[in-house]
Design a binder for this molecule. Structure first.
Ligand code: DGY
Length: 328
């Protein structure tokens, strides 16, 4: 690797990662790593970025204008994840800070989890397991039946890489797949699905799965009005970002029986408080944001995040840039 400059750049790593991957950064940079549990608190983050030329962040680590102001040397924010709603991209761009993410390498893992949730809802898997473990499975006793997925309609909102990967899987399960996206016919691999207006999709789908970024336009996209359009027999799946759903409206819709159930890997607040109403509902499957949570995928994400970071610090174009205008 070519030398970066006379002085080794400083990097703050705001997450716990495997030593061998992080050693790649230490070879060419001075590294300060978060050693605690979870994510650094605000004070630790502000202190960590003060002398940093680059940072590795994650969805849980807010990098806002104040953090950027506390980091006068910052040149690159390399996010460990495809989502970058934790970063104030406009503030970063205004300061010439490059923001990077890790698309592509996690699409299969997130799509697999989405199908797992869809099948879990359809076949009532968590309920079935409780039925057995709680010894309610007696001769002659049976639990409520599930529903087929073949022949049912899946509505995908957001046909990016992950939405497409979900569509291909759902087609293989015999589902009819329709999608809505801000862009009609967005570029990408074949996804075997047809476009619908959002309202049409919500009204037609037996399962609705969310795969959009969290932006101003998608915040609370699935609120009271959208939920009211869905069939009372329909299920909602969210492996994107919690903020895409108005969680209070979803709780109300589920309580009123306007929706059959929901499976959520993401929440408005993460982790959700134990007494969050959404966690009290029997027809909700809740997971702790594990969409990309496989050994292989997390390794690939970290390698890509490091590639992005080191390229930017060398003054090269990183493989995955969110704000190319910051490259100058
Ligand atoms: C992502 O990549 O954005 C996942 O949600 C992990 O944060």
């Amino acid at each position: 690797m070519p030398a970066m400059s006379d002085e080794r750049p400083h990097v703050y790593i705001g997450l716990r990662g495997p030593e061998e991957a992080l050693a790649r950064i230490s070879e060419v940079c001075e590294v300060t790593s978060f050693e605690g549990v979870g994510i650094p608190d605000r004070d630790e983050l502000l202190a960590g970025v003060a002398a940093a030329d680059g940072i590795i962040g994650s969805a849980q680590l807010p990098i806002d204008a104040a953090v950027l102001a506390a980091a006068p040397r910052m040149r690159v924010i390399s996010n460990f994840g495809v989502g970058f709603d934790n970063v104030d991209v406009a503030a970063a761009t205004a300061r010439g800070v490059v923001v990077c993410n890790t698309p592509g390498v996690l699409s299969d893992a997130v799509a697999d989890l989405t199908m797992g949730l869809l099948l879990s809802l359809a076949r009532r898997l968590p309920e079935a397991e409780r039925f057995l473990r709680e010894q309610r499975w007696k001769p002659g006793a049976s639990m409520a039946l599930g529903t087929d997925v073949a022949g049912k309609t899946l509505g995908i909102i957001g046909l990016g890489r992950i939405g497409r990967a979900v569509s291909r899987r759902a087609v293989a399960f015999g589902m009819d797949v329709v999608y809505h996206d801000a862009v009609r016919d967005p570029p990408g691999d074949a996804a075997f699905c047809t476009y619908r207006d959002l309202d049409e999709l919500l009204a037609a789908a037996d399962f609705v799965s969310l795969h959009v970024n969290l932006t101003e336009a998608t915040t609370a996209l699935i609120g009271e009005r959208a939920l009211a359009l869905m069939k009372p027999t329909a299920y909602l799946i969210n492996t994107a970002r919690g903020g895409v759903i108005d969680q209070a409206a979803l709780v109300a819709a589920l309580q009123r029986g306007e929706l059959a159930g929901a499976a959520l890997d993401v929440f408005e607040r993460e982790p959700p408080a134990p007494d969050e109403p959404i966690l009290q509902l029997p027809n909700v499957i809740a997971l702790p944001h594990i969409g990309s949570g496989t050994v292989e995928t997390r390794r690939a994400m970290l390698e890509l995040a490091i590639d992005n970071l080191l390229a930017a610090l060398r003054g090269e174009r990183p493989p995955c840039v969110v704000n190319p205008e910051a490259l100058g």
